[in-house]
Design a protein around this ligand. Structure first.
Ligand SMILES: C[S@@+](CC[C@H](N)C(=O)[O-])C[C@H]1O[C@@H](n2cnc3c(N)ncnc32)[C@H](O)[C@@H]1O
Length: 342
């Protein structure tokens, strides 16, 4: 490569136990003893395919619709989800075939018409598949853990994987502080990704997880049971509940127990806090996410402090913007350490 002898873009080939390295026009011929005993052979070159799925579209479609073609997509396991502008919806099939040809690990391409309703489920329609299996059930690997899920039935976003690592770091600190395994509640758990890392790391004594969406429950239960079985603490207890997270306060067995509480309901979770605070142990960590108006982090921190104070709790509150949500709104991560006031 340093000598300019590598034919760039032609691809290295395998032949039995050998690797064939493509030589450029400027590489010396076989008469020169420069290849240290390696044989020179002639084979047809493997040309590199298109670098982008767009290059696989019919040229007329590409020029006519370029400004409307999708610039992003999300892959969950082997399911690709793509949002389409109305102008290119009639060409969804051609676009999907180009994507299937480009991404060899993708099995199904779906149009994603966005999340709807209280369960935040995507309106998903399969437009092309490799082979006969058009199911949207898939397996996602995140931080080395596997989650089986169906984006058409229960909420999941691969974009939040960084948030889950940050949550795990906060939980580990809390675990060190309390010097024991933790009781963790996740009333808005979806298919369970918030609990994956803490369970796998063996810092959880018992986990209570739930969701209002009954279709999320079998995925959540299977995913977390599977993780526990292979974890650093396979004796961890898992309790799964279907229903409204706000109703947990009416079950006396759940009150005052949670060392860690996830509040992962970004559009209304802040309004659920009064119902959730009674679930907390004396020294508890609350990790939540909320969509708020831009630059209102300080107001949200004040609101949280007031909510907890009204329930007789002292808190330290950290509100951090995680990503732009729209021009006016932003997603924040809330980390609250709540103790019982003296
Ligand atoms: C933003 S998703 C988060 C899911 C999961 N924690 C994750 O990170 O993938 C919110 C979840 O809360 C559920 N949900 C909505 N309202 C609820 C309620 N009142 N009680 C319990 N779950 C609810 C939805 O079905 C959805 O699965």
């Amino acid at each position: 490569m340093a000598q300019g002898w590598l034919a760039e873009g032609a691809g290295i080939q395998a032949e039995g136990e050998h690797r064939l390295i493509p030589l450029s026009e400027s590489a010396p011929g076989s008469e020169e003893p420069r290849y240290e005993g390696h044989a020179l052979v002639e084979r047809p070159s493997l040309e590199r395919g298109p670098m982008h799925w767009r290059e696989r579209l019919p040229p007329l479609l590409l020029t006519a619709f370029e400004p409307h073609l999708p610039t992003a997509h999300e892959v969950q396991g082997d399911v690709l989800l793509v949002k389409l502008e109305p102008e290119v919806e009639p060409h969804a099939g051609t676009i999907a075939e180009a994507m299937l040809a480009q991404f060899s690990h993708v099995r199904v391409v779906c149009v994603d018409r966005g999340v709807t309703g209280p369960f935040r489920i995507r309106d998903v329609q399969v437009i092309a598949a490799r082979g006969d299996d058009t199911s949207t059930v898939t397996q996602v690997k995140e931080h080395g853990l596997a989650y089986t899920l169906d984006p058409s039935k229960a909420y999941f976003s691969a974009r939040l994987s960084g948030e889950r690592q940050i949550a795990m770091d906060a939980i580990q600190q809390h675990h060190k502080r309390l010097q024991r395994r933790l009781v963790v509640y996740d009333p808005y758990a979806g298919v369970g990704p918030n609990l994956g890392l803490p369970l796998d790391g063996g810092v959880v004594e018992s986990a209570v997880v739930g969701d209002l969406n009954a279709e999320a429950i079998p995925f959540m239960e299977a995913n977390l049971s599977h993780i526990i079985a292979r974890s650093a603490f396979p004796e961890a207890r898992l309790e799964v509940r279907v229903g409204d997270g706000r109703a947990w306060r009416h079950d006396g067995t759940l009150l005052g127990q949670a060392d860690v509480l996830f509040v992962n309901l970004p559009h209304e979770g802040l309004d659920h806090l009064d119902d959730l605070i009674p679930l907390l142990a004396e020294d508890a960590l609350v990790i939540g996410w909320a969509v708020i108006e831009r630059d209102e982090e300080a107001e949200v921190a004040q609101h949280l402090t007031a909510c907890f104070a009204a329930a007789g709790r002292d808190v330290t509150v950290d509100v951090q913007a995680t990503k732009g949500f729209s021009t006016t709104r932003t997603m924040v991560r809330l980390v609250v350490l709540a103790t019982t006031g003296s």
